[in-house]
Ligand binder design. Structure first.
Ligand code: NAD
Length: 402
């Protein structure tokens, strides 16, 4: 019986298990490892951070997905793997041997070594951190009520990539609640996004990016562009703009300037850059044929542009579907699939609050309410495909048509 060890129950890891366990009953055992016993929708963390959705709405138990006849779940933290010995080291459960391993441990926040960012800004890469942000905002609002110090009413988002933009939109939606706690008018709660680039959302046409910028600004969010953050001090974001050093005083500072792959990749001495391994056509490590690298820890090269595809839930899920087929072929003794993994993005949509958004589906640019609806449909599809009917009914977004 072959042993497949899957590390991480995010989009890539959980989808691999979901697909593979149906195909290899009696031929392989699967061991899934994650530090939490639940899966969460990373694409919706901003809703938990802003308090516009409860954490339960974007999480579901891993136990609901696994078939115990094939798959065993171990709740533990991965320390590192030794790909030569085909072993994984866990924090509590010791060493796990494998025939095949799927490394899908996701991302961490990237601070680019900016002074004070780790210590003085809040990260938003998992449920616990997102809940901590919401608690922090409410605590700051209460502090304002006691002290009348305006710093407590200022929320700063560092970085206006997709994560920063979606978060700013969600914070704008949460603003009436924050204002109520602080005892002020909503307009007194300030939301500012600080971004180094002057042209935002470079993946979109200039027209669509401008639409996105105006949409966010229409929610009374200040976008400070061309402002490169150089330091985060306690309650203060320092940035360079037009050759001058400026600073913004704020009690709530949230860090969304980009991501890198899990540090376990580096700990495991794999050939990596920023926690990512450039994978083969079969999504394996270039030096270890039995080690699949999926999702945010992988760099899949776009042969046309010569650059890696952006890491998204969509590509992670598609990689997992391919890897499950490739693993099935290997377990059946037929070696790797002869067809390589090919990625074609179906599009990208950013939500701005619950009812607005913008993005591209195929070649079509979409805006406003239809874009927001599309984002919810994408999430529903993902819920249904991995979580099945039960999670779809419990966690799906059905407020599409109001
Ligand atoms: P990102 O790297 O896409 O964006 C980070 C932003 O921070 C950039 O605009 C960058 O210029 C800015 N920045 C970096 N350093 C800075 C500094 N010192 N000062 C000021 N600004 C600085 O990161 P992200 O938004 O977290 O996205 C990560 C990945 O996840 C991307 O591939 C993205 O497409 C994907 N994503 C997709 C969705 C979606 O499809 N709806 C949502 C969120 C994230």
């Amino acid at each position: 019986m072959k042993k497949v060890v899957v590390l991480g129950a995010g989009y890539a890891g959980l989808q691999t298990v979901h697909k593979l366990q149906k195909k290899v009953k009696g031929k392989a055992e699967i061991i899934l490892v994650d530090k939490d016993d639940y899966h969460y929708e990373t694409t919706e963390l901003h809703e938990v951070a802003s308090g516009t959705q409860p954490a339960l709405k974007i999480t579901y138990p891993i136990a609901d997905i696994i078939d115990p006849a094939v798959t065993k779940f171990i709740q533990d933290e991965v320390v590192k793997l030794d790909a030569t010995k085909k072993q994984v080291q866990l924090k509590q459960h010791g060493i796990l041997d494998y025939d095949y391993c799927v490394l899908a441990l996701g991302f961490v926040s990237e601070t680019f070594g900016i002074k004070g960012a780790k210590e003085n800004a809040l990260e938003m890469t998992n449920i616990k951190q997102s809940l901590a942000i919401y608690d922090h905002i409410l605590a700051s609002m209460k502090k304002y009520k006691e002290t009348k110090d305006k710093r407590y009413l200022q929320l700063v988002v560092c970085g206006a990539g997709f994560t920063g933009i979606e978060l700013a939109g969600a914070l704008a939606e949460g603003r009436p609640e924050y204002a109520k706690v602080a005892g002020v008018a909503p307009s007194e709660v300030k939301i500012t996004v600080v971004e180094a680039a002057t042209r935002l959302l470079p993946m979109f046409s200039e027209k669509l990016a401008d639409y996105g910028v105006k949409l966010v600004e229409s929610l009374d969010v200040e976008l400070l562009c061309g402002a490169k953050i150089s330091e985060v001090a306690p309650g203060e974001v320092v940035y360079e703009k037009d050759d001058q050093t400026n600073s913004l005083k704020a009690e709530t500072i949230i860090w969304t300037t980009g991501v890198s792959g899990s540090p376990v990749v580096g700990e495991s001495n794999l050939q990596e850059r920023r926690g990512r391994v450039v994978v083969t056509d079969n999504l394996t490590d270039p030096n270890f044929d039995d080690l699949y690298i999926l999702g945010d820890v992988a760099a899949v090269m776009d042969k046309e542009s010569g650059r890696p595809y952006p890491t998204t839930a969509q590509i992670a899920t598609e990689m997992a579907v391919y890897a499950a087929k490739d693993l099935e072929s290997q377990i059946n003794g037929n070696g790797h699939l002869s067809v390589p993994f090919v990625y074609k993005s179906k599009g990208t949509v950013a939500s701005v609050g619950n009812t607005h958004g913008f993005g591209v589906i195929g070649k079509l640019e979409i805006k406003g309410y239809p874009a927001s609806m599309m984002k919810k449909m994408i999430m529903n599809k993902s819920l249904f495909e991995i979580g099945g009917f039960k999670e779809f009914i419990a966690k799906g977004r059905f407020d599409l048509y109001h």
